[in-house]
Design a protein around this ligand. Structure first.
Ligand code: MG
Length: 308
């Protein structure tokens, strides 16, 4: 195992340096990188995914290029937004940060929309709105920018999502993320009438096999997304996306652009990232010995939870 610290380009959810543990098994490099504040129960699923990556044969794949979306943070300067969009070659779908200030959100969405009708806009609210807030905000945004591709977790619970879908009078696709990722048993929840799309994140959901099983159980179209991972973790997300037979949405696997020094490069070409053998370079990225110790102990505790 190696533990590396990757400097970020900008502060993302309070993180300026991303620590990830990497280890190698007979099937290649694997990443174990739950955020530092995550507890062992939640983190053990991330370890399950990493162990699968290092020790299992890859599933059947249906494609070698995965179309991706770009990300627009909470900024409103039109020239900065334009430059950001251009930094994702060939990408036509953008996930836009909203939810903190409605007039500014609407101004941001309108700026993006003014750059071209062909840009598909998706937003992620991380469960931040009540049903009433979601109705007010989504109507106001719809009036300004027209239909969204989809809205990720406008409200936090399945019941609220269902109520929102039954009440709203504009076309709206809802993507479920936290409601399947932050529950003890994602097979036990009923998304009927509450969600139209499933977000699949390979590490938090415990690997490719379990992610595919969750998707198969809920019978919804999926978007494969990352969890701010190094190129190793992103590479595993790309393999999950490649193994899904019907992939009709661009995937959120271009978050490597938020990291300034990564362990390998995964360039975006023509709006897609290719599945490739990674040329891993770890020199100079190792953490201090006390941080390595911390990750080693965390790994051992999570392994114990998995019964290893
Ligand atoms: Mg989300």
């Amino acid at each position: 195992m190696r533990v590396v610290a990757l400097p970020m380009k900008t502060n993302f959810r309070g993180v300026t340096v991303r620590e990830v543990a990497l280890f190698r098994g007979e099937y290649g490099w694997a990443e174990f990188s739950p955020f530092l504040e995550y507890g062992d129960d939640e983190s053990s699923l991330w370890l399950k995914s990493a162990i699968e990556a290092a020790t299992s044969e890859r599933p059947t794949i249906y494609r070698t290029q995965i179309p991706v979306n770009g990300t627009i943070p909470a900024i409103n300067d039109k020239s900065v937004i334009k430059r950001l969009i251009e930094s994702y070659p060939g990408v036509s779908t953008f996930k836009v940060k909203v939810g903190e200030n409605l007039p500014e959100d609407i101004a941001r969405l309108a700026q993006i929309r003014s750059l071209g009708r062909k840009i598909k806009i998706r937003i992620d609210v991380n469960g931040g709105w009540t049903v009433d807030q979601a109705l007010t905000n989504l109507y106001a945004m719809y009036e300004e920018v027209g239909p969204f591709e989809y809205v990720e977790q406008p409200c936090s619970t399945v019941e609220e999502l269902r109520e929102l879908k039954s009440k709203i009078r504009i076309p709206l696709l809802i993507a479920a993320d936290e409601v399947i990722r932050k529950v003890a048993d994602p097979f036990a929840i009923d998304l009927e009438g509450a969600a139209d799309i499933l977000m699949l994140k390979v590490q938090p959901l415990g690997g490719i096999a379990r992610s595919l099983a969750i998707a198969g159980h809920h019978k919804l179209p999926v978007v494969v997304s990352s969890a701010l991972e190094s190129a190793v973790g992103i590479g595993y997300g790309l393999e999950l996306a490649a193994s899904i037979e019907n992939l009709s949405f661009d995937c959120g696997l271009a978050t490597g652009s938020l990291i300034s020094v990564d362990v390998a490069t995964l360039p975006i070409e023509d709006g897609a990232i290719s599945l490739t053998d990674l040329d891993i370079r770890l020199d100079g990225l190792d953490v201090a010995p006390d941080r390595f110790e911390w990750w080693k102990n965390r790994t051992m505790r999570c392994a114990e939870k998995l019964g290893i």
